[in-house]
Ligand binder design. Structure first.
Ligand SMILES: [Zn+2]
Length: 729
């Protein structure tokens, strides 16, 4: 990471707002012309993309840099003339620029705002004291700031850098960069031939020893990254006052103060400084790749692997991101030659937003061609949305990492600081300009839209619970094939009524039939032997053994007969048989445990489902519902009949389970369907008689009318319940 404090306000086109407020400041009688502080110096800066020259104002005491436009430069360099009139006259005489009183006031406001004037007189002193008190914050703001971000400068590297610059220059040479590219190419070629080894490295490298090696390699590479920035700046003649560690939400990162990069006039040279860190890591990755392909297996080799792959990819993913103020942002600024990209695009997007919301006809903060303006606004919104998602994510992570109350507190701090704080600043501007805003028709329309949205969110509106459900008879019995078998005869037609005890179909499994025949034969033989053993001339065998054998043979034979009986299922009650496959025919083979049909009792049909606790809480017995199954082609109205008070341990079948298309999350264990969360059975009675043609077990969607509830209220409720849960011991 390289740290640069961006030049503060772009003086030339400071926003209308700033000009107005500064005019207010300066309308007070100013008895004496204020003098500039002694520690300031001005040097030529990089030219703007449109060719306009700029200057860099350097506050040596505070090590701050401000980029100044041409007119402001001319005004500042004549500051000593002592009054507005003389300055304007001199500028009109010496330069082709046109300047007015407002321009001088604007520069004065900028100097006051940035504390670049020599404090004189009681009023200035009072202002200084006031400012100092404002900046001295309470202990808790200090704590919050330091929890979110703080920097520890560890080293003043400037003299050391100067000594080692000749060595470093070797690495910046065109020859070395060329060599590194060649190393990368060669490394890639060699790695391509060891593809399998590379893959095992990818998956095997998460040992403890590996982690230690990686941590060492990571810190080494990060310091080299920082040295890359530092030497790049040193090569341009800049001074590097400090290097150290910065903590962002308590995550350490190395940083280098490369503020002096603002002095560099060439765009390419500045780009070198901001890009040097990532480039250094790229070069390290190139050489590491080549070395990995060459050295034998060792701890060193896994470190090389890390440098060649993970470290480099991680750097690109995190550091090259232009949405945060990391290297990628400064690279983008320098590449586009557009300093202060974030602040300037934000200002533009805020200006556009005020126009959209309130129809305010302000001057834009800066003028651009339409295409560029839209690109900047789109960029600003991308940054905002990206940061909103990121900070919410970090806040949630922090909430989960820390215990109970501390987690909630840190979560709130993050939300306050990263999300609410910038929003509040914009709201403050709206409040300040409420008089302007109130006049606009557009503002009233926006207010109406927002009010309507809030009302809709707050109103208790009827709500629905939407689940999958099953239409089924009160009495139902499934017909299974016990083993793989073929259909010998269909004794009952699809949909036909049967009496209790009637055979529903005959299946035949030749193997079981054969086994049964064999066992019958064996039993017959054993039985005959047992009978005949009482005759003395037979082989003499103990009577007990013969009897035991006979019993065993009989038991086996009975088991086979039972299996045979299962192949001829009988109706356990009066009802109607429905085949799952209406085309099931004689001679067809069916698989073991295959469901063939349902025997449906004469009782009423009903709708059944399982719901989670918060859903059950919202419905009550008697609530209206609609059931719709695609196979029926029409919806049926129903009413909640019964809600179980005990949670269901298992589901009777998989029809409503998520894997087969239902809504209940389940896991399968030993052929049973066990709900993952607490679910309760809900049964509904049909409000209308079910036409006979529809009497089939069907899955469909069930929409239940739930109690009225306000979206806003339920959001509040769940927030309060989280806080309550975390605070209770
Ligand atoms: Zn960097």
């Amino acid at each position: 990471m390289s740290v640069r404090i961006a030049p503060a306000t772009q003086t030339p086109r400071a926003s209308q707002q700033a000009v107005q407020s500064s005019a207010a400041v300066n309308s007070r009688p100013a008895p004496r012309w204020p003098a500039l502080r002694d520690e300031l110096d001005i040097q030529p800066g990089p030219s703007h993309a449109d060719g306009e020259p700029t200057w860099v104002l350097h506050d040596a005491a505070r090590q701050l840099f401000f980029r100044i436009d041409w007119l402001s430069f001319e005004i500042l360099s004549r500051w000593g003339y002592g009054d507005t009139g003389s300055i304007l006259a001199a500028i009109a005489c010496d330069t082709p620029l046109e300047a007015g009183e407002d321009d001088v006031k604007r520069v004065l406001a900028f100097l006051t705002e940035q504390q670049l004037l020599r404090p004189e007189g009681e009023e200035a002193l009072a202002r200084l004291v006031e400012r100092r008190q404002a900046s001295r914050s309470s202990w808790w703001t200090w704590l919050i700031h330091h929890y979110l971000f703080f920097r520890i400068p560890l080293w003043r590297p400037d003299a050391w850098l100067r000594r080692w610059l000749p060595v470093a220059n070797v690495f910046f040479s065109r020859r070395f960069v060329g060599l590194s590219l060649a190393a990368a190419a060669l490394g890639l070629a060699l790695v391509a031939r060891q593809w399998e080894t590379l893959r095992t490295y990818l998956f095997d490298s998460f040992s403890l020893e590996g982690m230690v090696v990686y941590a060492l390699a990571l810190s080494a590479v990060k310091w080299l990254h920082e040295l890359g920035h530092a030497f790049a700046l040193k090569r341009q003649g800049g001074r590097v006052p400090a290097m150290g560690v910065a903590f962002l939400v308590m995550t350490p990162m190395a940083y280098t103060d490369v503020n002096e990069a603002w002095r560099i006039t060439g765009r390419r040279q500045r780009l070198q400084v901001s890009g040097a860190g990532i480039a250094t890591e790229g070069i390290i990755a190139a050489w590491a790749l080549l070395a990995w392909a060459l050295v034998p297996d060792s701890g060193l080799r896994s470190a090389l692997f890390f440098l060649a792959t993970t470290s480099w990819v991680m750097t690109l993913a995190l550091n090259a991101n232009p949405f945060m103020r990391f290297d990628g942002y400064f690279i983008l600024c320098d590449w586009l030659d557009f300093p202060n990209l974030h602040a300037r695009s934000f200002a533009l997007a805020r200006w556009k937003m005020r126009q959209w919301l309130f129809g305010l006809a302000d001057e834009p903060p800066e003028r651009f061609a339409a295409g560029k303006r839209w690109a900047l606004i789109a960029f600003a919104w991308s940054v905002w949305i990206y940061r909103l998602v990121l900070f919410l994510g970090i806040a949630l992570l922090v909430y989960h990492l820390f215990t109970k109350l501390l987690g909630v507190l840190l979560f709130l701090v993050e939300i306050y600081w990263f999300i609410w704080y910038p929003v509040r600043r914009e709201l403050a501007v709206w409040w300040e300009r409420r008089a302007d805003i109130g006049d606009q028709r557009r503002a009233r329309i926006s207010a109406l839209v927002v009010l309507t949205l809030i009302t809709v969110a707050a109103l208790p509106l009827p709500s629905w619970v939407w689940v999958s459900a099953q239409l089924k008879p009160a009495e139902v019995w499934a017909v299974h094939a016990p083993v793989g078998a073929y259909v010998e005869a269909l004794t009952v037609a699809d949909g036909q009524a049967v009496a209790r005890g009637a055979v529903l179909m005959r299946l035949s499994a030749p193997e079981i039939r054969m086994q049964a025949d064999l066992q019958q034969a064996r039993w017959a033989r054993v039985h005959w032997e047992a009978v005949s053993s009482s005759i003395p001339q037979a082989e003499s065998r103990p009577l007990a053994t013969a009897r035991a054998q006979g019993e065993a043979a009989l038991a086996e034979y009975n088991r086979s007969r039972q299996a045979l009986a299962q192949l001829q299922p009988r109706a356990p009650f009066d009802g109607r048989l429905f085949l799952l496959d209406p085309d099931l025919a004689k001679g067809q083979w069916v698989g073991a445990r295959e469901r063939l049909g349902y025997l449906v009792g004469p009782g009423p049909w009903r709708v059944e489902t399982w719901m989670e606790e918060d859903q059950v809480r919202r419905i009550s017995v008697g609530a209206r519902a609609h059931f719709y199954a695609p196979s029926l082609g029409r919806s049926l109205s129903a009413r909640v009949d019964m809600v179980d008070t005990d949670r269901a341990q298992t589901l009777p079948d998989a029809m409503l389970a998520a894997p087969s298309g239902g809504h209940v999350l389940v896991r399968e264990s030993k052929g049973e369907w066990i709900p993952e969360r607490s679910v309760y059975r809900v049964t509904l009675a049909l409000e209308e008689p079910l036409p006979e043609a529809w009497a089939q077990v069907a899955r469909g969607d069930l929409v239940l009318a739930a109690g009225a509830r306000s979206a806003l209220w339920s959001l509040l409720e769940s927030a309060v319940s989280v806080i309550w849960r975390e605070m209770s011991p």
